[in-house]
Design a protein around this ligand. Structure first.
Ligand SMILES: [Zn+2]
Length: 138
């Protein structure tokens, strides 16, 4: 009983952390009218119709919420092209440099375990960043 309750708390805060991180990344990169360009193709759409994609996939907890591993992507690149990884890699190199790419790869190979409490803190952190930047919370 206790174990399953702990697990559901973990999942709840993981979802909350991701929800606010995704909202933040899509909106902070959008223009005044709410439009944002896909980092891996020329598509421009309203942020509500875009995804926050991962370079190293979301199954890996160590890079799941690491901001430089994330980028705004259109549904096609994120879903149909499974993240359009070759272009995503170019984006990371051009934006942050090759050292950062190496760091993300190392990080993705490491084991990181979050507690529900840490995930709750990350959720709050992103929620506060949304509020501070006058962005939408849903
Ligand atoms: Zn795209």
């Amino acid at each position: 009983m206790i174990k399953s309750r702990k697990k559901s708390k973990f999942i709840y805060y993981k979802e909350q952390a991701w929800k606010f991180a995704s909202l933040y990344i899509r909106q902070i990169n959008a223009d005044q009218r709410g439009f944002v360009k896909c980092i891996t193709c020329p598509t421009i759409q309203h942020w509500k119709n875009m995804d926050a994609g991962h370079y190293k996939k979301r199954a890996n907890m160590a890079t799941f919420l690491y901001e430089k591993n994330l980028g705004v992507q259109c549904h096609h690149c994120n879903r149909n092209l499974d993240g359009n990884t070759p272009e995503f890699e170019k984006y990371i190199i051009n934006t942050y440099g090759r050292d950062e790419l190496d760091y993300i790869i190392d990080l993705s190979n490491s084991i990181q375990k979050y507690t529900w409490f840490e995930l709750a803190e990350i959720a709050t952190e992103y929620k506060n960043k949304l509020i501070a930047n006058n962005l939408k919370l849903s």
